[in-house]
Write a protein that binds this ligand. Structure first.
Ligand code: NCD
Length: 326
């Protein structure tokens, strides 16, 4: 793997290699000493033009656990706020000897530009670009779903397997969600069946070409389709700036029709799990009862995110899955 720009870049075998490598990484993370040597001497730059808590510290932890040096480059407080271009920033990183650049940007396509511009030699990992893609989030979601729903029981790592036949409902602000786009692509590649559930105003134009189905009725999906995993999406207020706004009548109306509350939680099958990429709007798309319930795997997603990012950095910087720590 040279770069990871989109979940679409991965075919089934490559996606499974990442998940299996992540499983090997996760197994090392219950040890007392979590640090491993393979990326000693490599430099990883976290280039974040958009706010992030989880994703940035997750990449930082992942790189450090593999013994890489990490440089955090936040747009605020840097020359970027003085109008320095992506090109100048990239050339600075090149001059500093970056081996991998993790980029988050509000413009869809910025990571692609960085990777294909010839400005830098580093491997590029997309940590979320606009409403486009967030491939490591989809990988950590697939990893979490596989751990719970494939193979025998919670601890099975289901090595070598995809997500064949697993039914996943992705619910909420699909329009603004790079998490939804990446998950539709990756879950489909891995053999899962995906249904998107959202009000018509939050369903993107062109969704009929995506490898999934669409419903406007959450209750019908829960009772008829009986999903094994329900992924709630954050209502992205900060991206709802288009003229007029008004994607739904009111927060209360949205919660009533599309929120995961105690009643809907009760309608899930015994084995169903609840995911959310965070940050959660408690009381809007997910009630506190659902967020904190036994079915919620939200904190496991965060933990698994580190193992998945270790795997991605390892595969990009060490070149192959060979020699992964036993
Ligand atoms: C997501 C993101 O930034 O795309 N969060 C994350 O990476 N943990 C989802 C979101 O912001 O709603």
């Amino acid at each position: 793997m040279r770069h990871l720009l989109s979940a679409k870049d991965l075919d089934r075998a490559e996606a499974i290699t990442v998940l299996d490598t992540a499983a090997a990484m996760a197994a090392t993370q219950s040890r007392q000493v979590k640090k491993l040597p393979p990326l000693l001497g490599k430099t990883v730059v976290n280039l974040f033009f958009e706010d992030s808590t989880r994703t940035r510290i997750s990449f930082e932890a992942a790189a450090k656990r593999l013994s890489a040096d990490v440089i955090n480059f936040a747009a605020k407080g840097s020359s970027l706020s003085k109008g320095e271009s992506l090109k100048d920033t990239a050339q600075t990183l090149q001059a500093m000897g970056a081996d991998a650049v993790i980029i988050r940007h509000s413009a869809s396509g910025a990571p692609q530009r960085l990777a294909t511009s010839g400005w830098i030699d580093a491997g590029v990992v997309n940590a979320g670009d606009g409403t486009h893609q967030h491939p490591t989030q989809a990988l950590l979601d697939a990893f979490t779903i596989r751990r719970h729903l494939v193979g025998s029981g919670q601890d099975a790592r289901a090595t070598g397997q995809g997500l064949d036949g697993v039914r996943v409902a992705i619910v909420g602000d699909v329009l603004h969600s790079r998490v939804a786009r990446s998950n539709v692509d990756l879950l489909h590649t891995l053999g899962a069946e995906v249904v998107l559930v959202a009000p018509p105003t939050l369903v993107p134009v062109g969704v009929e070409t995506w490898p999934c189905t669409v419903s406007y009725d959450l209750d019908a999906v829960l009772t008829d389709l009986r999903p094994d995993a329900v992924m709630m999406l954050r209502i992205q207020h900060e991206r709802m700036t288009a003229a007029g706004g008004g994607y739904f009548p009111s927060a209360m109306e949205y919660s009533r029709r599309y929120g995961l509350d105690a009643r809907r939680l009760g309608a899930l099958t015994d084995r169903a799990i609840v995911l959310h990429p965070g940050p959660m709007n408690r009381g809007l798309e997910i009630s506190a009862a659902a967020a904190d319930s036994e079915r919620s795997v939200v904190l496991e997603q965060v933990t698994n995110g580190v193992a998945v990012r270790m795997a991605v950095l390892y595969l990009i910087l060490a070149g192959s899955a060979e020699g992964i720590p036993a």
